[in-house]
Design a protein around this ligand. Sequence first.
Ligand SMILES: [Zn+2]
Length: 70
Amino acid sequence: MENRAPRNYTVGRLRTWHIVLAWCDRCKRRGELDVTGYAKDLELRRLERRLRCRGCGRVGCYVLIEKAPR
Ligand SMILES: [Zn+2]
């Protein structure tokens, strides 16, 4: 998955044009993830295990980083 947050990529490295998404592998639901308030040194991949899908309830989603269209 090419958009998955790279290893060691932290909240502090996100730029204003980045959109963080949570993606569920089971129901394919994508939802924007608001990381406001998370520690700057938190690695995005560490969130993956804790994310619960709002569609099917599965725990564990992929974290994707996309660039906002200009
Ligand atoms: Zn789901």
